[in-house]
Ligand binder design. Structure first.
Ligand code: RNT
Ligand code: ZN
Length: 417
């Protein structure tokens, strides 16, 4: 797009926003500071680099077989850098334990160590990226349908050991990058059909977590993620929302809200203000649920917009960590990163451009028609001109220009894999 045109549109936008009391420059500066935590697993359909060729299990599925999936660490890193070159701003990378640099060795999950993530830490530093981390309880011979809540003490201890090691690795990452590494814990534990000992597995999970969290670390932060159900585990989820909210509030842990993990009519946005009264921070996994799948590529829909607006309306940008979590194997995977990340940023951009002072004033004065009218009008204010300027300033493709970039990368790189 012509620079001149972008600038012209931007100048008009600045005036339109000023008329409703919004400082566009300030909004752009704030967006610049927001780092998304990009999930590494979109590039390879959650396969990882363990020397084992198991299927993806644990109630999650990546459907599709679009060519060009990253087959090893070099390809995955190359793809991530390609994707970030089309996403404005600086971002974090979220790794799973199965993505260690095992150098062709078989390292079981209860054996992983910080050294297996050393090259990641160095690579991230070279590329000015901070790392986040996740324990991986799925896709393993001992995953079954119960990991941390397994009544078999050997299996349970295996996963406790794995998760303890993950916390230590996350802490080393945090130290190395001089910024706390956020470690997410999600386990798939549940059952397909009617379950009569619901309490028992939850007691076991609670006990496992207490063992895992017995050590205090200062360079990492813990977060815990609930789910409604997994595929093949439809009737009961040990780590439900209620379970983790109770656990998180009582143990001072961060709650992860995955936008694909709630009932379809439940508003995830509305959870922000309640949770933040009881927990210091929130982690988000921004995704898009479609029927049984919780992980379609994020788009700029009402759910994502409302979520972004709630964070801003709660003045909570510093307390909410925004990670992405989806995996689509049916389209160009780098394209999926770029679409989902930019969609999330577009929502944040609109949230930051909301005429909030005026809206709050209307609400305080009980001017409810005025509030509704301004909310409606603000939807069609020229936020897109500000977004284009943001992309231009950040030296990334403006508008749909990234489509050809991705096609080019596909022709030159991914299609040859
Ligand atoms: C699964 C959870 C979890 C995973 C990743 C791979 O439903 O959302 O966060 O997607 O850890
Ligand atoms: Zn998630």
């Amino acid at each position: 797009m012509k620079e001149e045109l972008i600038k012209k549109a931007y100048e008009i936008a600045v005036e339109r926003y000023a008329a409703v009391g919004v400082d566009v420059e300030k909004a752009m500066e704030r967006l610049q500071q927001i780092q998304l935590s990009l999930h590494c697993w979109q590039a390879d359909d959650v396969s990882g680099f363990e020397c084992a060729d198991g299927e993806l299990s644990g109630g999650i599925q990546a459907t599709g077989n679009y060519p060009g999936k990253a087959r090893n660490m070099e390809e995955l890193r190359q793809d991530i850098l390609k994707a970030t070159s089309m996403i404005p701003g600086k971002h974090r990378l979220n790794l799973h334990a199965i993505y260690g640099d095992f150098e062709g060795e078989k390292v079981d999950r209860d054996q992983i160590e910080p050294k297996h993530f050393r090259t990641w830490m160095e690579w991230a530093k070279e590329n000015e990226m901070k790392l986040d981390f996740n324990s991986s309880s799925f896709s393993h011979p001992l995953s079954g349908s119960l990991s941390l809540s397994n009544p078999d003490e050997n299996i349970r201890q295996f996963w406790i050991e794995h998760t303890k090691r993950c916390r230590n690795i996350a802490n080393e990452m945090g130290k190395f990058q001089d910024d706390p590494c956020i470690m997410n814990l999600w386990v798939h534990d549940g059952s397909k059909d009617q379950t009569v000992c619901r309490m028992k597995y939850r007691e076991l999970l609670k006990d496992s977590l207490d063992q895992i969290y017995a050590v205090d670390y200062k360079d990492m932060k813990d977060c815990i993620e609930s789910k409604v159900f997994g595929i093949g585990l439809e009737s009961y989820t040990v780590g439900s929302n209620d379970f983790y909210i109770g656990y998180g509030v009582s143990r001072n842990k961060i709650i992860t809200l995955d936008t694909g993990h709630f009932h379809p009519t439940e508003s995830v946005a509305d959870k922000i203000s309640s949770l933040l009264l009881y927990t210091s921070e929130i982690m988000l996994h921004v995704s898009r649920p479609i029927r049984w799948d919780s992980d379609h590529v994020t788009i700029m829909n009402d759910d994502t917009l409302e979520l972004a607006k709630e964070i801003v309306r709660c003045d909570a940008l510093d307390r909410v960590h925004i990670g992405l979590d989806y995996f689509d194997a049916s389209i160009n995977r780098i394209g999926a990163y770029v679409v989902g990340s930019r969609a999330t940023q577009k929502c944040l951009m609109q949230a930051l451009l909301e005429p909030l002072a005026k809206l709050r004033e209307y609400e305080a004065n009980d001017q409810l028609f005025e509030r509704l009218a301004l909310l409606e009008e603000s939807k069609s204010l020229p936020w897109n001109a500000v977004w284009d300027m943001f992309c231009l300033k950040n030296n990334v493709p403006v508008g749909n220009e990234f489509i050809t970039e991705i096609e080019k990368y596909e022709a030159e790189v991914t299609s040859k894999r």
